[in-house]
Design a protein. Sequence first.
Length: 119
Amino acid sequence: QVQLVESGGGLVQAGGSLRLSCAASGRTFSSYTMAWFRQAPGKEREFVASVTRTNDNTVYGSSVKGRFTISRDNAKNTVSLQMNSLKPEDTAVYYCAAKAGSSAFFGSWGQGTQVTVSS
Protein backbone atom coordinates (compact mmCIF):
# COMPACT_ATOMS: atom_id res chain seq x y z
CA GLN A 1 0.00 0.00 0.00
CA VAL A 2 0.95 3.60 -0.42
CA GLN A 3 1.33 6.01 2.51
CA LEU A 4 -0.49 9.34 2.13
CA VAL A 5 0.00 12.66 3.93
CA GLU A 6 -2.30 15.63 3.31
CA SER A 7 -1.49 19.29 3.84
CA GLY A 8 -2.86 22.71 3.00
CA GLY A 9 -6.02 22.86 5.04
CA GLY A 10 -6.99 25.89 7.06
CA LEU A 11 -9.51 28.63 7.68
CA VAL A 12 -10.76 30.72 4.77
CA GLN A 13 -13.64 33.10 4.19
CA ALA A 14 -16.50 32.20 1.90
CA GLY A 15 -15.58 32.92 -1.71
CA GLY A 16 -11.92 32.28 -1.06
CA SER A 17 -9.57 29.57 -2.27
CA LEU A 18 -7.39 26.85 -0.81
CA ARG A 19 -5.09 24.28 -2.34
CA LEU A 20 -4.74 20.89 -0.71
CA SER A 21 -1.81 18.61 -1.40
CA CYS A 22 -1.27 14.93 -0.79
CA ALA A 23 2.20 13.42 -0.77
CA ALA A 24 2.52 9.70 -1.42
CA SER A 25 5.33 7.37 -0.54
CA GLY A 26 6.49 4.50 -2.68
CA ARG A 27 7.65 4.02 -6.22
CA THR A 28 4.32 2.85 -7.63
CA PHE A 29 2.30 6.05 -7.22
CA SER A 30 1.52 6.16 -10.91
CA SER A 31 -0.29 2.82 -10.65
CA TYR A 32 -2.96 4.23 -8.31
CA THR A 33 -6.15 6.07 -9.06
CA MET A 34 -6.21 8.98 -6.63
CA ALA A 35 -9.15 10.74 -5.04
CA TRP A 36 -10.26 13.24 -2.46
CA PHE A 37 -13.11 12.61 -0.05
CA ARG A 38 -14.47 14.77 2.74
CA GLN A 39 -16.46 14.29 5.90
CA ALA A 40 -18.30 17.00 7.79
CA PRO A 41 -19.35 16.57 11.44
CA GLY A 42 -22.40 14.36 11.71
CA LYS A 43 -22.39 13.54 8.01
CA GLU A 44 -21.29 10.59 5.93
CA ARG A 45 -18.07 10.64 3.98
CA GLU A 46 -18.58 12.27 0.59
CA PHE A 47 -16.72 11.76 -2.67
CA VAL A 48 -15.12 14.98 -3.90
CA ALA A 49 -12.98 14.18 -6.93
CA SER A 50 -10.81 11.53 -8.54
CA VAL A 51 -8.10 11.38 -11.19
CA THR A 52 -6.91 8.40 -13.20
CA ARG A 53 -3.39 7.01 -13.10
CA THR A 54 -2.31 8.86 -16.22
CA ASN A 55 -4.07 12.12 -15.34
CA ASP A 56 -6.26 11.84 -18.41
CA ASN A 57 -9.66 11.66 -16.76
CA THR A 58 -11.19 13.38 -13.75
CA VAL A 59 -14.51 12.94 -12.00
CA TYR A 60 -16.14 15.38 -9.57
CA GLY A 61 -18.91 15.24 -7.06
CA SER A 62 -21.91 17.31 -8.02
CA SER A 63 -21.48 19.70 -5.08
CA VAL A 64 -17.96 20.75 -6.14
CA LYS A 65 -18.08 20.49 -9.93
CA GLY A 66 -16.95 23.71 -11.56
CA ARG A 67 -15.30 24.99 -8.38
CA PHE A 68 -12.69 22.34 -7.52
CA THR A 69 -9.91 20.93 -9.70
CA ILE A 70 -7.96 17.74 -9.02
CA SER A 71 -4.56 17.12 -10.54
CA ARG A 72 -1.58 14.86 -10.01
CA ASP A 73 2.15 14.93 -10.64
CA ASN A 74 3.47 11.39 -10.98
CA ALA A 75 7.06 12.61 -11.05
CA LYS A 76 6.60 14.17 -7.61
CA ASN A 77 4.19 11.56 -6.19
CA THR A 78 1.61 14.21 -5.36
CA VAL A 79 -2.04 14.88 -5.95
CA SER A 80 -3.62 18.28 -5.41
CA LEU A 81 -7.07 19.73 -5.00
CA GLN A 82 -7.54 23.36 -5.96
CA MET A 83 -10.66 24.68 -4.27
CA ASN A 84 -12.16 27.95 -5.46
CA SER A 85 -15.33 29.83 -4.59
CA LEU A 86 -15.46 28.06 -1.26
CA LYS A 87 -18.73 27.90 0.64
CA PRO A 88 -19.42 27.29 4.33
CA GLU A 89 -20.87 23.91 3.36
CA ASP A 90 -17.42 22.90 2.11
CA THR A 91 -16.26 22.80 5.72
CA ALA A 92 -15.04 19.28 6.44
CA VAL A 93 -12.03 17.10 6.99
CA TYR A 94 -10.59 16.30 3.58
CA TYR A 95 -8.96 12.93 2.95
CA CYS A 96 -6.67 11.78 0.20
CA ALA A 97 -7.20 8.19 -0.96
CA ALA A 98 -5.57 5.76 -3.34
CA LYS A 99 -6.95 2.79 -5.26
CA ALA A 100 -4.69 0.19 -6.79
CA GLY A 101 -5.35 -0.62 -10.40
CA SER A 102 -6.72 -4.06 -9.62
CA SER A 103 -8.91 -3.03 -6.71
CA ALA A 104 -12.51 -1.90 -6.58
CA PHE A 105 -11.96 0.06 -3.39
CA PHE A 106 -9.81 2.90 -2.10
CA GLY A 107 -7.56 0.97 0.24
CA SER A 108 -5.08 3.66 1.31
CA TRP A 109 -6.09 6.81 3.18
CA GLY A 110 -4.35 9.81 4.65
CA GLN A 111 -4.98 11.20 8.10
CA GLY A 112 -7.05 14.10 6.79
CA THR A 113 -6.73 17.87 6.82
CA GLN A 114 -9.32 20.28 8.19
CA VAL A 115 -10.87 22.89 5.92
CA THR A 116 -13.08 25.50 7.55
CA VAL A 117 -14.97 28.09 5.51
CA SER A 118 -16.44 30.99 7.43
CA SER A 119 -19.46 32.93 6.25
